[in-house]
Design a protein around this ligand. Sequence first.
Ligand code: ZN
Length: 189
Amino acid sequence: MINYSPHFTPKDTGWIEVITGCMFSGKTEELIRRLRRAQIAKQNVIIFKPAIDKRYSSTSIVSHSELSLPSVMIEKPEEIIHLSEDAYVIGIDEAQFFDNTLIDVVEELANSGKRVVIAGLDQDYRGIPFEPIPQLLARAEFITKTLAICVACGNPADKTQRKTATQERVLVGASDSYEARCRKCHYIP
Ligand code: ZN
């Protein structure tokens, strides 16, 4: 992975970090790593995830490797504002499952002096940019693209290969239905 979290920490301002890539690229692990560091520094941290993602645990974010941190499940991004009043660091996992109202919420949080760390898929299973991640990338101070390893050929992979032919954009929690593929090996089923 290239570009870890900020090499220098801004002072007296908030900012936005986005960790993005395909499935199995370690986005949630990286999110958890950053938030744990903030907790160790005794910063007030709160973590949100969309109510759509109920896999593994309803009260934690959990990576595929089963690292976890307690989290708050929400239906709409606007809920984040009042729930995070006391927090200095705000984590948001699976951000691609929120609608575009997340963009203004994240801007408001950063403008009010908070550090916002977002993880989410940048492309859907077809390789189409997965909003609101592109809009968040454009607004973020710090961007990390995590790559997986192509299951078919071993190259760096940034695409999520769906192994079934369903047309729905989201198959939540069905990680058996996906694998990481490189550009060359990825296809739309
Ligand atoms: Zn490949």
